[in-house]
Design a protein around this ligand. Structure first.
Ligand code: SF4
Length: 111
């Protein structure tokens, strides 16, 4: 192999390796769809004020909560419209579209 071909080959290997390593976190973040639903009674969701229905959130405890805030409007929810439950990337479990927790992050308005 000529020096120039060898250099080109090595640069292609480095570029390929870099592309692979930068894609791994993205693949890991997507992961498989969770199959277990969040329960209000589980310790961590409970500590996050999680409720299956946003209307049931304790207003005294979470005065900034608004009933317009719901999982289906949260950046961390990836359920499809019409589904009974969808994945929440925060809990890594399924949540109902009408649920809520204090980690609610409103979706960005479409530009
Ligand atoms: S992080 Fe968002 S999608 Fe997950 S439970 Fe809380 S409000 Fe719902």
């Amino acid at each position: 192999m000529q020096t120039r071909e060898r250099r080109t080959f090595l640069l292609q290997v480095i570029a390929g390796t870099t592309a692979l390593t930068t894609q791994v976190p993205a693949l890991a973040a997507d992961g498989p769809r969770p199959t277990v639903a969040v329960k209000e009674s589980d310790a961590y969701p409970k500590s996050m004020g999680f409720r299956l229905k946003t209307e049931d959130v304790d207003k005294a405890k979470y005065p900034r909560h608004d009933v317009k805030q719901r999982c289906s409007e949260c950046q961390l929810y990836s359920g499809e419209k019409g589904e009974e439950q969808g994945p929440c990337s925060f809990f890594k479990r399924l949540v109902p579209p009408d649920g809520w927790c204090r980690n609610f992050k409103p979706r960005k308005a479409a530009a």
